[in-house]
Structure formats: structure tokens, C-alpha cells
Design a binder for this molecule. Structure first.
Ligand SMILES: Cc1cc2nc3c(=O)[nH]c(=O)nc-3n(C[C@H](O)[C@H](O)[C@H](O)COP(=O)(O)OP(=O)(O)OC[C@H]3O[C@@H](n4cnc5c(N)ncnc54)[C@H](O)[C@@H]3O)c2cc1C
Length: 429
């Protein structure tokens, strides 16, 4: 179970099957560090690892335990690229920075693979490729354009016919698909635990159950206030994504946390296993409210989709997820779903993650728009470079201004309206 979470979204397959986490004693006393990191997900943990490796004194403060947020709960799908396609990314950031953003996001899975190999992280990593199945012919041209744009950049993507798609997915529910051979998958909580262990091994100090309550500039330093003490730092990295609280009110207004939920079975029988995703691909489809699915390393089937803020809404969404899973895979009709869980993804108004400075040595990376397993790993490294003194213009991802979302206090009704509209458009095609 995910500790300190609503019971209805706490029964996670990853928590039930994870390795022992490292010892991370709660923070106490008055301490000093070069770089303080708030948040122990992939962003904060990779930043801590890179900084510690290069000899920087780094202290990470996590309100719960490493990987407690989205990083320990996600679908474990390593999908290269950003939400937007490469041509649009280059237009958005301009030719020089845009090209860098495309390269960094396109190679983000390589970075994950190299970290796993270098630090011998045991997290069931595999790289059979990522499939984006097309739910309706109206999405075909969008997906084909994506493939063409990446192919022009020599990335190994191709379109699949309806028959090829049915063979690779084990369902005839889709009209065709895109296959991106760069994609992979892993056990996300074990990846977070492995990153935490590696960071500690290289000298980073990690503190669990250590919620930062406030940040205050004092002279040339920033002072982080906790219930149990305070930490003085030269630089602060805010890595709290969809869980950003009042510690960073400006950042909080730049993202909208949206719940994503998942269900999982127990390990399937060999027969069922052979009939679903027989070559081990992961999939997230072309719907606006996308469905994402895969098998884990032990053959459990996982399906994810959009959640809700309220208990009654969650109940409805879990029931809808059961139903659609059995529509796509009728062979699961009699298979119970043992696990039900969820967490917050952080959406931004422009659909891009934001690497930003709040002035005076306070830097942040957040807003992965549900595409953060590989990308948070990549931006954690960029944050580490930045905190080590690499100039903004030389970073592997462009720095943008903090962009508060207008009428942020209205986010919940706005999200509900957007979801209802997207659902209608998905149904109409
Ligand atoms: C259900 C679900 C499925 C997803 N599936 C996928 C997928 O298959 N592929 C993909 O690429 N992406 C997926 N994502 C998105 C991905 O998980 C995230 O983008 C990524 O994990 C973000 O990492 P992070 O480190 O930035 O934030 P998080 O992992 O959310 O970490 C933020 C941490 O900050 C801590 N924190 C907050 N405030 C404070 C404070 N004041 N003091 C101390 N600590 C604090 C929180 O406790 C939390 O642990 C999914 C997300 C969810 C929720």
C-alpha cells in the first residue's frame, strides 16, 4: 500500500512488489549544504545522484519516502520525446534551443538505460519498444506526421498496419499504430529506490519524512524551514511536480495536477500471457484521454487512464477502466483486478515541461504532462548541470520563465470541463 494516501488509490502493484528502500533518516537540526533538493522523485533523485557524483555537497528532503509521488506510481513506460512533435518543439523554442529540446527528449530513454547500467539498478528494465495504437482513423494522420518528423531526424519509428498492430498488441481493437523502437519499460518504484541508493552511495544525504515548510532568502543563502530544523543552502532545486504545495506558491500556479489511475491483475496464466502483448511492448493509445497498458515483468496486466478528484468520480473511473480493458481484451473477462491506485501528473498550459529559475539560486523542473519517467530523469541531470554552474544558454534544455496559469484557483472545474469535452471528442472521432 502507498502510505499516507487515500485508501481508494493506495493499492499499488509497485508498492506490493518493490525492493527494500534505503535508510533515509528524517532531517533534524541546523545544517548547511551546497545544494538542497526538495522532492524525492525521478527529478530530485537524478539531480542528487549527478551532483553527488561530481563531488557537490547535496541534501535531498522528501516529505514522504523516495518515489512516493508520481515516480513510484506510474505506468513505468519509457516513452521518448515530448507531448508535442519535434517540428512544433523547434518552432516553440526556436531553432537552436528547440533542436536541443528535441535531442534531449529523444535520447532520454538512452540516459535512463545508461544510469541503470552504470549503477546496476535492479528495476526490470527492458526495451522492446513503445506502441502508440490508433483508436480511430481520425488520429491516423496525426500519428503518421509524428513518425515522419522523427524519421527525418533518423529515429527508429514506423507505422504498423492494422494486422501488424493486432499481432503485437493481441487485440483487434485498433486501426493501426506507431512503433517507436527507442521506447522501454521498468518497475518505477524500484527505479526510484535504485536511484536513491546510488545517490547515497556517492555521498548525497537523503532525508525521508522531511517536509519543507518554507524557503527564505538570508544573505547569499536560502534557508529551508522544516518542523524539525533548518537547512541553509547555496542553491535550491524544486522538484515537486504534481505534488507542489505552499512551499513554492509561484511554481504551484504553473501546473495543474491531474489524477491518473491504474489497475493491475495478478500474474496471468501462460496462455493469457501469450495472447496479450506477446513481445513485451508497452502501449499508450491515441485518445485525448489516453489509455496506457503493458505487462509487468511477472506477467501482470496493467491498464491506466484518467482519474478524478472526488471519491465518487474515482469509483466511476475505476469501473470505466475495468470495462474498457475487457472491451479491448475480452480474454480478461474473468480475470480480477487485484490492484487499484493512482497519483498526480502535472500538466502545463503549453504542454511543455518547464525548467525555470525563481531567482537567487532557486531552480526548478516540473510539468511533464504525464510523460516524465524518461524526461524527469533527463531534466534532473540538466538541473544538476545548472546548479553546478553550467550557463543557462549551454544547458541541454531551454530555460523558460515561470508562467502562472490564469485563474489557477478555478483549475478543478476547468479540468472537469476539459475532460468531458475530450471524452466527447474521443467518442466522436
Ligand atoms: C498514475 C500515473 C501514471 C503515469 N505513467 C507514466 C508513464 O507510464 N510514463 C511516463 O513517462 N510518465 C508517467 N507518469 C508521469 C511521471 O510519473 C511523472 O512525470 C514523474 O514521475 C515526475 O517525477 P518528479 O520527480 O518530477 O515528481 P514526483 O515523482 O511526483 O515527486 C515529487 C515529490 O515531491 C515531494 N514533495 C512535495 N512537496 C514537498 C515538500 N514541501 N517538501 C518535501 N517534499 C515534497 C512529494 O512527496 C513527491 O514525492 C505517470 C504519472 C502517474 C501519476
Amino acid at each position: 500500500m502507498i502510505q499516507n494516501e487515500l485508501p481508494s488509490i493506495a493499492k499499488s502493484v509497485w508498492s506490493a512488489t518493490s525492493h527494500e528502500p534505503p535508510e533515509c533518516p528524517p532531517f533534524t537540526g541546523n545544517q548547511e549544504t551546497d545544494v538542497a533538493i526538495i522532492g524525492g522523485g525521478f527529478t530530485g533523485l537524478t539531480a542528487a545522484l549527478h551532483l553527488a557524483k561530481s563531488g557537490v555537497c547535496v541534501t535531498l528532503l522528501e516529505a514522504e519516502t523516495p518515489g512516493w509521488g508520481a515516480s513510484g506510481r506510474n505506468g513505468g513506460q519509457l516513452n521518448p520525446g515530448l507531448k508535442e512533435d519535434p517540428d512544433k518543439v523547434e518552432q516553440h523554442f526556436g531553432p537552436a534551443y528547440g533542436k536541443r529540446a528535441v535531442e534531449t527528449s529523444g535520447k532520454a530513454v538512452d540516459l535512463v538505460a545508461s544510469l541503470i547500467a552504470e549503477h546496476e539498478i535492479d528495476c526490470s528494465f527492458s526495451r522492446p519498444g513503445w506502441i502508440q495504437p490508433i483508436h480511430d482513423m481520425s488520429a491516423w494522420s496525426t500519428v503518421a506526421r509524428r513518425v515522419a518528423q522523427w524519421q527525418r531526424r533518423e529515429a527508429p519509428l514506423r507505422m504498423l498496419s492494422e494486422t501488424e498492430t493486432a499481432d503485437l498488441l493481441g487485440t483487434g481493437a485498433y486501426k493501426g499504430a506507431m512503433l517507436d523502437e527507442r521506447g522501454g519499460q521498468l518497475h518505477p518504484l524500484n527505479y526510484a529506490i535504485g536511484l536513491a541508493k546510488a545517490a547515497i552511495k556517492h555521498g548525497a544525504k537523503l532525508h525521508a519524512h522531511s517536509r519543507v515548510l518554507g524557503i527564505e532568502k538570508q544573505g547569499a543563502s536560502q534557508v529551508l524551514r522544516l518542523n524539525t530544523g533548518q537547512l541553509r543552502a547555496r542553491r535550491v532545486l524544486i522538484c515537486t511536480n504534481g505534488y507542489t504545495d505552499q512551499v513554492a506558491p509561484q511554481h504551484r500556479r504553473t501546473v495543474v495536477p491531474i489524477r491518473s489511475i491504474q489497475i493491475a491483475t495478478d500474474p496471468l496464466t501462460d496462455n493469457l500471457r501469450r495472447s496479450i502483448l506477446p513481445h513485451g511492448h508497452s502501449a499508450s493509445d491515441s485518445r485525448r484521454l489516453l489509455l496506457y497498458f503493458r505487462l509487468d515483468a511477472d506477467g501482470r496486466f496493467l491498464m491506466g487512464g484518467r482519474g478524478d478528484y472526488s471519491e465518487s468520480g474515482l469509483k466511476r473511473q475505476f469501473a470505466a477502466l475495468h470495462k474498457v480493458t475487457r472491451q479491448i481484451y475480452p480474454q480478461l473477462e474473468d480475470t480480477p483486478f487485484t490492484y487499484h491506485w493512482g497519483g498526480y501528473v502535472a500538466m502545463t498550459a503549453d504542454h511543455y515541461p518547464h525548467l525555470a529559475s525563481a531567482g537567487d539560486g532557486v531552480m526548478s523542473a516540473m510539468g511533464y504532462n504525464g510523460r516524465g519517467v524518461a524526461m524527469a530523469t533527463a531534466l534532473g541531470k540538466v538541473l544538476a548541470d545548472w546548479a553546478s554552474g553550467v550557463r543557462e544558454e549551454d544547458l541541454d534544455f531551454p530555460v523558460s520563465k515561470l508562467q502562472p496559469i490564469p485563474f489557477h484557483f478555478m483549475r478543478r472545474p476547468a479540468v472537469a470541463a476539459t475532460i468531458a469535452w475530450s471524452r466527447l471528442r474521443d467518442t466522436w472521432g
